[in-house]
Design a binder for this molecule. Structure first.
Ligand code: SAM
Length: 278
């Protein structure tokens, strides 16, 4: 395993100076706070402008224009504050969606069903403080380089979400044995169907909690979680993983334990991969 990181360096990402600060990551709570704040600000500005136009210019501004302008303003402010384009789109649609939602005669059970479905997707957001967001495709390709595709190299994604990464790795590293474990019901079911229809036989998917998963059988352990579990998870990895194996965290370092190498992926969110050799 000793040449995995070295052979990868020149190809897809550049190693970072250890002292360089990692990207800040506000998480879903930070994003939602920005969404709410910018909607309120944009809404206030647009309503102020519309009122002034009506009072001073005797021009009536149609509601649909107000909603569009509020969405555009909030999206622009959100992007300026560092939100991704996905959140920019959410910002744009939100005022119109709320308006339509309030006008439509939607039965109350629909809201309950949506609430339950959201809970089954973001199962670990409250207890584990780990919501669902996904490793992007550029990072999938970078991670494939970490896996020396030697017969039997064993990789696991702790909290494999919708299964996109593990399916990509299993398909592109056919000699490796790729695993994923997930405890959120809906993401697990989606992963299960994707695995089933992929027909890949070097892919293992497990429903369960990674805290009770023995990590001693893996050469590469990968996670993309949140700052909250990192210290305890690193302690678990160090206690269980074999010497020479790799522990990789996407975006979240371990407080006070410097990684052996840090890679900056050349993607739009400037992903950082922290790599420790056990
Ligand atoms: C940020 S997502 C990452 C998904 C996937 N690894 C990827 O990179 O695309 C983190 C995932 O970890 C799952 N998770 C959080 N705590 C877990 C636990 N204790 N056991 C299993 N899965 C967990 C969440 O449900 C979520 O799907």
């Amino acid at each position: 395993m000793s040449d995995i990181v070295l052979s990868f360096k020149a190809v897809t990402a550049k190693p970072m100076n250890k002292s360089k600060k990692s990207t800040s990551f506000g998480g879903i709570t930070g994003n939602l706070a920005i969404v709410l704040g910018t909607q309120l600000l944009s809404g206030a500005l647009v309503m102020g402008g519309a009122t002034a136009a009506m009072e001073l210019g005797r021009v009536s501004v149609p509601l649909v224009l107000i909603l569009i302008l509020q969405g555009v303003g909030a999206a622009w402010l959100g992007l300026r504050m560092g939100l991704s384009r996905f959140w920019g789109a959410v910002q744009f649609i939100l005022p119109m969606a709320v308006y339509v939602g309030l006008r439509l005669p939607i039965p109350s059970w629909v809201y309950l069903a949506l609430f339950v479905a959201t809970g089954l997707v973001f199962w670990n957001a409250a207890g584990e403080r780990v919501p669902l967001y996904l490793t992007n495709k550029t990072t999938w390709k970078v991670l494939a380089r970490f896996i020396a595709d030697k017969p039997g190299t064993r990789f696991i994604d702790l909290g494999c979400g919708l299964g996109g990464l593990i399916i990509h790795l299993a398909r592109n590293c056919p000699q490796s044995r790729i695993s994923g474990i997930e405890s959120a019901p809906i993401p697990f079911i989606i992963s299960w169907f994707r695995k089933y229809f992929s027909g890949l036989n070097n892919l293992v998917l497990e429903y369960g909690n990674y805290w009770v998963k023995d990590l001693s059988g893996y050469d590469v352990v990968y996670c993309f979680l949140s700052p909250v579990p990192m210290t305890a998870l690193f302690d678990k990895a160090r206690a269980e993983m074999k010497p020479g194996s790799l522990f990789i965290s996407n975006s979240f370092p371990v407080v006070e334990i410097a990684p052996d190498q840090t890679f900056e992926v050349e993607d739009s969110r400037n992903t950082h991969l922290y790599v420790w050799r056990i």
